[in-house]
Design a binder for this molecule. Sequence first.
Ligand code: ARG
Length: 566
Amino acid sequence: MKDFKLAIAECLKSKIEDLTLDEIKELIEVPPNKDMGDYAFPCFKLAKVFRKAPNAIAEDLAKEISLTDDVSKVINLGGYVNFFVSKSEMAKEVIKKVLNEKSNYGKSAFGDGKTVIVEYSSPNIAKPFHIGHIRTTVIGNALYKIYDSQGYNTIRINHLGDYGTQFGKLIVAFKSWGDKSLVEANPIPELLKLYVKFHEVAEEKPELEDEAREWFTKLENGDEEAKELWQWFRTESLKEFKRVYDLLEIEFDSLAGESFYSDKMQSVIDTLNEKGLLQESQGAQIVDLEPYNIPPALIMKNDGSTLYITRDLAAAIYRKQTYDFDKCLYVVGSQQNLHFEQCFKILELMGYEWSKDLNHIPFGMVALEEGTMSTRKGRVVFLEDVLNQAVDKTREIILAKNPNAGDIDAVAKEVGVGAVVFQELSNSRIKDYTFSWEKTLSFDGETGPYVQYTHARCCSVIRKYGQDIDSNIDFSLLQDEGSFEVLKLVESFNQSILVALRKNEPHIITRFVLDLAQAFNKFYHDNPILVDDEELKKARVALVEVTRQTLENGLALLGMKAPHRM
Ligand code: ARG
């Protein structure tokens, strides 16, 4: 597509010798309101070179620059030269490109095939896949799609929490109070009950904790009984997780979780020793990070068992060897900031220069209205329940409003699940928030269903039109403000994706699709589309299709569907 910014930079370049074309392009901004033009060039940097006040420079430039096919008006506002791009040129460029590229519109080769690992979701075996995991799951999935769309070789890893002392606890609890058939019928809730009971009983009987530690050590040493129970907890839990992933249509390239590294930790410990990084402290092995103002990291307990961080060190090294990544993103809550700070620092001290390519992508906590979530106390909201309730509620609404909506179950799933996903991605990652059933199940205002509904509205217009859409239209018919606002947004789609990628912030895309849906609905409200005038009808329908396609592509980046009827 024509690069309007570049076209403007070229106009300026003929008058400014002291800056390169790239430098000029870099400086060009988008003015705060549309009456001021589409692009603006600030003259403050030129004041020294030109030995003139920025206002005077801008005034002269605005007079001297000649109009082109792309630039229809140039004015001076304070220290800025402001440009209005030709509306029909813009319409032509955008419409031709979207109709031609279809579901590829928005993609680019920006990443140049570089490898990016996105590690996300990573729930813990035998524990609920609860509402706290939804953020890592949907943020990670959106980041995967965003990177993938920009030409990166993207790898999805689910670093399952399937190892650690809690398995010792679970083994003790199961052996003391467990019932195999109950667990098989309802694995995670039953295992959770056992886990909760363990903590209750251990308050009175602290020796249970010792027993649990012994069982974990047995597991690490390959004890048959321990391994068999652990394997079984894992298989049963994965069945449950799979139901949630299927609902969300999320997949992974690797499920190498913590246990995968159980045989790869000795070499980490050896390397740490060789580099003189391990110290003994009360029988345990630690890495002292005091010089970096970071608390010490416990690597091996006094009973020889390893820790969460030991497995993360092994995982990072394994990933570098296996995938040779350019970047490895860990989509994990901000409670683990310190953990990753320690982990990345230790890898740096071990001499791995690639440790700089490890990025923790934190996000804020989810609390419940009745207080913080606590697995040990059994105070959790299951993600599967949230998704299923959202689907049920959507089905009720559809049945009441539009019983002819086609495959109602399919649409209810796409919209219900989409509502939850969109809400999770609506705020900047780092904000904490309180989960509320009411808010999640409300479809009014700036929600996923609103965007999906706008898409379905576009589909309905196109169905009524009933003919092929072609780009052979009179573009000058799309010069009104309403059309231009829509087209300008469509044109900026790829830039929004790149901003989202650079900041690792999917909410830039949620904002984008909301803005586009709003601009389109305003256009739709102000302009009849299926008018008698054939040329006008053709032009407006093309605009509808271009909007529809961009909404569909934007929703896909968020991991959402774009139903054709709602
Ligand atoms: N299983 C952990 C949890 O639920 C998250 C794992 C994060 N990833 C990692 N490489 N440490 O808290």
